[in-house]
Write a new protein. Structure first.
Length: 659
């Protein structure tokens, strides 16, 4: 399909000869870079010949390019009143209004242009984003969808997923269900954005998840949307859990050993993937456990793919290398599941052997923490959502409120250290968004590093070197970094300040740090639960984590969870372990951060949480009158005392080396 482009620097009418000549002269001046001369000539013509559509339109166009949107919109509105159906005038008027934030007013002119130039993508994008900014999400989604039909792109699919993230729907819509199913299949779309709307559609289709007799496994086995959601990543919507748990139970009770040829293979495979993503967090009752045990005994006597699949709904079954070699016999319908659960782990095993050791790991706390993350790497993740490539220097400028002060030799990339990179999502995100970086990512846990390396290989990201190291000994290395990120790590060390001091030594002059730390105030309820766990000798095996969580979400514990109930951390065993059962946890306060920054010679550059910043600005508006209030840690301290849940998602902030 041919894409139409809109040429604004051309005449819309056939004016008299002399005027045409004068207009073309002004256009040429503009093209030669003499914007002011072109503008003056057109302003003069406008005085002499008022209400001429070409003069008004060219003035509007040039003023948009000069980012003078108010003046541009005045001229373009005058042109529009002369010819309201002129598609080019409408496009430029729409743009001027759009840049002024007048999205509602921009819609009518954009629609005129879209009707005339059905294959113009620019105008449709402006229209879609106008709808999006007005929260008209249904219209935004439909417009993005039209663009995708003309020219599919990652950017547009991601935009549709962002519409779906907040869109509501009152009755089951087949078209939306199909669109969601397609989006789940795209690895670069964040499947978490799709789950809320998916759950709304499924609730409509399955009568609010009542498990009536008419609901059959056959129907679920054919439900492409359900299968797509289960196969993409851990489901984070709590209301789906009882329904999914019942589906799993029904599947188990239907167990028949047909050696890989069940009636419900698609559903079994999707459910087994889901159980793997959430590390088998769903609760199983005694009957189910008994049935699983029986299948396990049969499996131990005789290997069968089908039994393995059923068992994989409930637990991770280790198989020996001989059995792995049976891969060639695996039925096609089970291949993606096999790949996810067994093939990836074999690959990671191989990658772990190749990870370089940068420092020894022998400190007591580090060994304890390492053991936890070897067993439960965190976070386990499946997809890296696409974001258009950006410039790190420019983005740091926005975060810090000023340009980075470190000096970078021309042609050199920004050196970044990710300290405590876990399973790699943090460095891979950075590497994908900012290709102009050289990244070293370190962690204690080999299992986590191997997971990260496998994901990097899959994504073809090459500017990261993953290494095993203890942050406490990192200052021994010679390299210095322009940016160091350490998120969710320092509070798991023996002494967070010592870890932070080691990292500060690795900063290049005027280097920048991004830190994330637990807030004592926000984690009040977690502290109570951690005490409960200690006092009741609850161990951190998978079974006891599952049992504890089951009681917690069913309100069978004396302590309730409020702030953390919707964070998604309850939806997998590894994240529950991280949240409640960590072997080493410190909680910090804003005064502690302030004091540490002073001791380390770092200046605070502001919190990196848009929502939190907005709340601070809205609720503390009188205090905000003072310049730089947003970077005043004393004000933030009193804000947090007023609103203790502010930093549920940790204190995320930037700081900068003073020297
Ligand atoms: C909660 S995870 C966070 C991972 C990652 N920063 C993220 O935000 O996704 C904490 C990670 O810090 C690592 N870690 C803890 N103490 C460390 C130390 N002393 N040196 C290196 N890594 C450490 C752990 O192994 C674990 O993978």
């Amino acid at each position: 399909m041919k894409i139409t482009t809109i040429t604004s620097l051309a005449l819309l009418t056939s004016p008299p000869k002399t005027l045409a000549k004068q207009l073309k002269k002004a256009i040429n001046k503009y093209k030669q870079g003499k914007q002011q001369q072109a503008l003056n000539a057109l302003l003069e013509l406008n005085q002499q010949i008022p209400n001429n559509i070409d003069i008004l339109h060219l003035l509007g166009y040039i003023l948009i390019q000069a980012e003078m949107y108010k003046q541009a919109s005045d001229f373009l509105l005058a042109a529009y009143s002369l010819q309201p159906k002129n598609a080019i005038v409408c496009f430029n008027l729409g743009r001027a209004l759009f840049f002024l934030g007048k999205y509602k007013d921009a819609i009518t002119p954009f629609k005129v242009t879209c009707n005339t130039f059905a294959n113009n993508l620019d105008c449709r994008k402006f229209l879609a984003v106008s709808y999006q900014n007005l929260d008209h999400l249904h219209e935004a989604y439909q417009t993005f969808s039209e663009i995708n039909k003309i020219q599919p792109s990652k950017e547009i699919s991601v935009n549709i997923s962002l519409c779906f993230e907040r869109m509501n729907i009152t009755e089951y819509d087949e078209k939306v269900a199909d669109e969601l199913t397609c989006l789940y299949a795209l690895e670069y779309v964040d499947s978490n954005n799709l789950q809320r709307l998916t759950s709304i559609l499924l609730a409509q289709k399955y009568q609010s998840f009542t498990f009536n007799t008419s609901l059959s496994l056959i129907q679920l086995n054919d439900d492409k949307l359900l299968l797509a959601m289960l196969s993409a990543s851990a489901v984070l919507i709590p209301r789906l859990e009882p329904w999914l748990t019942t589906i799993r139970q029904k599947l188990l009770y239907d167990f028949q050993d047909n050696n890989g040829d069940s009636r419900y293979t698609a559903l079994l495979v999707a459910m087994a993937k889901q159980s793997f993503f959430n590390d088998f967090i769903f609760y199983a009752d005694i009957d189910e456990q008994h049935k699983v045990e029986l299948i396990k005994q049969q499996f131990q006597k005789k290997f069968s793919f089908e039994k393995l699949l059923y068992l994989s709904l409930y637990q991770r079954i280790k198989i020996d290398s001989e059995q792995i070699e049976t891969t060639n016999d695996i039925p096609d319908s089970l291949r993606t599941w096999w790949q996810l659960i067994y093939h990836n782990s074999i690959v990671e095993h191989g990658l772990a052997k190749k990870v370089e050791l940068l420092t020894k790991i022998n400190e007591k706390t580090s060994l304890k923490v390492k053991a936890q993350y070897e067993q439960h790497p965190y976070p386990t993740w499946q997809r890296l959502p696409y974001i258009a490539k950006r410039n790190l220097n420019q983005d740091l400028d926005i975060h810090l409120g000023h340009s980075p002060k470190f000096s970078l030799k021309s042609g050199r990339k920004i050196d970044v250290l990710i300290a405590g990179c876990g399973t790699g999502k943090q460095p891979l995100n950075l590497a994908q968004n900012y290709p102009d970086t050289n990244i070293i990512a370190v962690d204690l846990s080999l299992t986590s590093l191997a997971y990260a390396q496998r994901q990097a290989n899959k994504l073809g990201i090459k500017n990261i070197k993953f290494m095993q190291a203890d942050i406490q000994d990192l200052a021994l290395i010679k390299q210095r970094f322009h940016l160091i990120e350490c998120c969710g790590v320092l509070h798991h060390m023996a002494d967070p300040f010592i870890g932070w001091r080691q990292l500060t030594k690795l900063l290049a002059p005027k280097g920048i740090m991004k830190i994330a730390l637990y807030s004592q105030l926000a984690r009040n309820e977690i502290t109570e639960l951690r005490s409960y766990i200690t006092n009741h000798n609850i161990t951190s095996t998978d079974d006891s984590i599952r049992a504890f969580r089951h009681k917690l979400i069913n309100n069978q514990l004396p302590i309730k969870l409020n702030n953390y109930i919707d964070t998604g951390d309850l939806m997998a065993t590894s994240s529950c372990r991280d949240l409640f059962f960590h072997v080493q946890e410190h909680q910090l306060t804003i005064p502690w951060i302030k004091q540490s920054l002073q001791k380390l010679g770092l200046s605070f550059c502001g919190f990196d949480l848009t929502k939190v910043k907005q709340e601070f600005q809205n609720k503390f508006s009188q205090l905000n009158q003072q310049p730089n209030a947003i970077r005043d840690l004393d004000l933030w301290e009193s804000f947090e005392q007023h609103y203790p849940a502010t930093f549920t998602n940790m204190y995320h902030f930037y700081c900068e080396s003073i020297s």
